[in-house]
Design a protein around this ligand. Structure first.
Ligand code: FIX
Ligand code: ZN
Length: 418
């Protein structure tokens, strides 16, 4: 097939078309398919009540936290809108994201008319809205965060047939098991797993059975857990024992990766609830130990601290069973996406997953991917131009191949589904 050589002047256009035209697999989100009912959050009030915006709002406010939480979602959204968008300019990434999304839906942000925006969402039907958002965001599939310890979610998997939309894939989330064993153990017993108080072979075997049951029920693409900055392994703790004797064997047995999301300092401000988590630098030695100790297990890793990013890239250079992914949470801002992605391109080439949205509200897919696509496109153009400056002849097909790898191909190969 004739290759279409691309000269330097054409690089920007080819990259822009490839980046805007390549459908994305969003490998970590908190959204759900429509049949999960109220678990799927969408619409302007949910956008404004996003925990990122709540944290930013309360910085300007002397309202008692309980008074804010006592308000309805509608009243909270009004307060966030007034505080962050009217009384102050909405330049933060989370604020600008709301406006990017409203604009993408064809709404006029110059009117600043919240009632107008609400009227648009009120007339949307959830199924059509999911289609509209996926189309606007250029997303072809998403991976959910599926927690078997969330009783409302369990019910959908156990009695309503689980996910009904092929665009939505499952990831088995294990915070409930690994980070609070004392609560998990009695629940597992109640669910028919013959676990005991102390860690015996029987307990390990029954936890492995629980994991296998849910991996199969969900057809989970990977298992995941978020971990504190002081996460250590090996460790003579519940988490250490469960990881060693249950989760890692289950990952090997099922042939799926285990995703470690490291560096969350939970609830440094309890009054902020979901918005109250913070960040801490973690120990890269744990990542290197896991990858070295279990070369036949695949690990996806994202770390929350900016200070961990360079050493994570170096660890990924050493271990091919380590897939680095995303600019997570407090790193999902243009200045840090650029810094971290450049580090990764320069140290790992195309062999990483540059971004995930972490969307908690369906509509966030629109802005999170619009903002990241622009940054990634600018970077790729620059790197291809640097190649061209050496006399290297890049082709359009190769640029499309690379973008396809970054936006899903690397992930699907790592989870061994393509
Ligand atoms: O652990 C996680 O999956 C985190 O992404 C969330 O807990 C966090 O609240 C979030 O949504 C960050 O973007
Ligand atoms: Zn998340």
């Amino acid at each position: 097939m004739r290759q279409h050589l691309v000269d330097e002047t054409a690089i920007d256009n080819i990259v822009t078309q490839a980046v805007s035209g390549t459908k994305i697999t969003d490998i970590h989100t908190h959204i759900y398919s429509a049949n999960f009912g109220p678990l799927l959050l969408w619409g302007i009030d949910e956008l404004l009540d996003y925990h990122y915006l709540v944290a930013e709002t309360m910085r300007w406010s002397d309202m008692p936290y309980d008074q804010f939480w006592a308000m309805s979602k509608h009243e909270q959204a009004d307060y966030v809108w007034k505080t962050l968008f009217i009384e102050h300019s909405p330049i933060s990434e989370s604020c600008r994201g709301v406006l990017t999304t409203l604009d993408a839906f064809g709404l006029d942000t110059s009117t600043r008319n919240l009632a107008e925006y609400r009227a648009f969402f009120d007339q949307e039907k959830v199924g059509d809205h999911i289609d509209r958002v996926f189309e606007l965001a250029g997303v072809e599939s998403v991976v959910m965060t599926n927690d078997p310890f969330d009783l409302s979610e369990r019910e959908v998997w156990e009695s309503k047939g689980g996910v009904q939309d092929p665009r939505f894939h499952a990831a088995l989330r294990l915070d409930g098991l690994l980070n609070s064993w004392e609560k998990a153990m009695p629940l597992l017993k109640k669910w028919g797993y013959n676990v005991e108080g102390q860690f015996t072979d029987q307990t390990y075997s029954e936890v492995r059975r629980f994991l296998a049951d849910w991996i199969n029920r969900m057809n989970a693409l990977y298992m995941a857990v978020s971990l504190p900055p002081d996460f250590a392994f090996p460790e003579d703790s519940s988490r250490g024992r469960l990881l060693e004797h249950c989760v890692i064997p289950a990952a090997r047995e099922a042939g799926i990766p285990f995703a470690l999301m490291i560096g969350v300092k939970k609830l440094v401000n309890l009054e902020l609830r979901l918005a109250g988590d913070s960040v801490g630098k973690s120990d890269i030695n744990v990542v290197e130990y896991l990858c070295a100790e279990y070369p036949d297990v695949r690990f996806m890793v994202t770390m929350l601290s900016r200070e961990n990013q360079h050493e994570l890239c170096i660890a990924a250079r050493k271990f091919r069973n380590l897939m680095v992914f995303g600019c997570w949470w407090f790193l999902n801002n243009p200045s840090l996406i650029e810094e971290i992605s450049k580090m990764r391109f320069e140290l790992l080439g195309m062999s990483f997953i540059p971004q995930h949205s972490d969307a908690r509200v369906l509509d966030q897919l629109v802005y999170k991917w619009s903002h990241s696509r622009k940054i990634i496109a600018d970077m790729l153009s620059d790197y291809y131009k640097k190649l061209a400056a050496t006399g290297w002849k890049i082709t359009e097909e190769e640029i499309r191949r690379d973008v396809s790898d970054l936006f899903g191909g690397n992930f699907w190969r790592f989870v061994q589904r393509r």
